[in-house]
Ligand binder design. Structure first.
Ligand code: FAD
Length: 411
């Protein structure tokens, strides 16, 4: 949520403010470094870090404060092992290019996603040029992106997709093959031991990337700190309330000492990931009515075996099972984290009522309200295929999971 106390477009007061102007009320006295900032960023993940960097570029006179409930930043979804690190540019994710009833593929969605990724890259380039993030090698690495399918239907779809995307300037150089020998060169790990009679097809783009969102978060927040942005860890934002003058009163609790304080601000950005829903519900803003959580998590297998890693130097996305949500596309990813190379395979859906890794088992039950009960039950009713898929996933045994992996790595 981002909201302004001043809808008239008036310029904010210049930073830094004087101690006199600050109107912090704190149970433990004045907190000069985060007193009365123009902007409060809730959460220390990639979203808050990006906004801190953007504000540093376009409104450097604004004072900004970050509150993170964990002991460190980038500990939740943005942590490198809590996501697959795909720089989503629609080069390999088949959910952006579904086939129409006539089998044709509309490239529009993929083009939009790719354009958005190019904007991110331009922004990161700017940060690098301005010395705000150090070397790009510490957070983004070129890694080929491939899509891989099996069977006649898969091959027909892949041809149609390649035809549609290949004509787009942003996808120039996208290669296509259904030749097993070529695929064995591109994907030695995935082709070894595969039935030679199996129909296979793939596209490859060498423009793909692996992004370490955790490292990028740290770099951007560390740069922000250097510009005087306090990043407070172990500080949980408990409540947001709009004051009569339009400002937000932000109640923060120190998770170590239990002390509470309040900060007043003109803008609040809730970059709290899984913590956003409960916080926005407590804030009572009307826009949150109807939103609910789903008790699904994503789990991955991981290996650092040099033998396996050396024979899979790519990110490869397959097709989702029928009824599976787009985020469940199976993928086998090369990851480059802090100089170490490893492979991740997943996601497997898991059940978790926690909204954050460091969350509570009561997150889901506490989030159920009269205003979202209907939409939550509605998902179960209208998305029957999704519900069935999730139940199937949750019932999977270890050997079922292994079976899923063997579609990618037969040997
Ligand atoms: C399994 C999985 C795989 C993914 N793979 C990819 C991928 O390959 N490519 C890609 O681009 N994206 C991927 N994503 C998505 C991406 O990881 C997330 O969209 C992104 O990291 C979200 O960033 P965020 O800053 O919104 O949230 P987070 O990184 O979760 O940060 C939120 C922060 O807010 C803090 N917080 C929560 N509540 C409070 C509170 N009340 N007060 C103070 N702090 C609070 C949390 O502790 C946390 O540090 C994946 C996600 C998942 C789950």
């Amino acid at each position: 949520m981002s909201t302004s106390a001043d809808d008239q477009g008036r310029a904010p007061p210049a930073h830094p403010r004087t101690a006199r102007e600050a109107d912090v009320s704190s149970e433990r006295g004045a907190v000069p470094d985060s007193a009365n900032p123009d902007v409060v960023l809730v959460g220390g993940g990639i979203m808050s870090a990006t906004l801190a960097a953007l504000i540093g570029v376009v409104a450097p006179q604004w004072s900004v404060t970050v509150f993170e409930s964990g002991a460190d930043v980038a500990g939740e979804s943005s942590g490198p092992w809590n996501n697959a690190g795909t720089g989503h540019a629609a080069l390999c994710e088949l959910n952006y290019t579904p086939a129409g009833p006539d089998g044709r593929v509309d490239p529009a969605k993929a083009v939009t996603i790719n354009e958005q990724f190019q904007v991110s890259r331009q922004f990161w380039s700017h940060l690098v040029r301005e010395g705000m993030t150090g070397s790009p090698k510490s957070f983004v690495t070129p890694v080929p992106h491939l899509s891989f399918v099996t069977g006649e239907d898969g091959r027909a779809y892949m041809r149609a997709r390649h035809e549609a995307l290949g004509a787009q300037p942003l996808f120039e150089g996208l290669e296509y093959t259904e030749d097993a020998a070529q695929l064995a060169e591109w994907l030695p790990l995935m082709m070894a031991g595969r039935d030679p009679r199996q129909t296979v097809a793939a596209t490859r783009s060498t423009a793909g990337t692996d992004v370490n969102f955790g490292a990028l978060t740290r770099l951007m927040l560390s740069d922000a700190e250097g510009r005087g942005v306090p990043v407070h860890c172990n500080q949980r934002v408990q409540h947001l309330e709009r004051d009569t003058d339009g400002r937000w009163i932000v109640t923060v609790r120190d998770t170590v000492t239990g002390e509470r304080r309040t900060v007043r601000t003109r803008f609040v950005f809730v970059g709290a990931g899984g913590g956003a829903l409960p916080l926005l519900q407590r804030a009572g803003i009307p826009e949150i009515a109807g939103f609910g959580g789903f008790p699904v998590s994503g789990r991955f297998l991981r290996t650092t075996s040099p033998e396996l890693v050396s024979s899979h130097q790519a990110k490869v996305y397959g097709q989702a099972a029928v009824g599976a949500p787009p985020m469940s596309l199976p993928h086998l990813d090369l990851r480059l984290i802090d100089g170490d190379h490893s492979l991740m395979f997943g996601p497997y859906a898991g059940f978790s009522p926690k909204f954050l890794k460091a969350g509570s088992l009561f997150d889901l039950p506490r989030s159920v309200r009269p205003d979202n009960l209907g939409s939550m039950l509605g998902v179960a009713r209208t998305e029957l295929a999704l519900t069935r898929y999730l139940i199937r996933e949750l019932m999977q045994s270890g050997s079922d999971r292994h079976q899923t992996l063997t579609h990618f790595v037969p040997d």
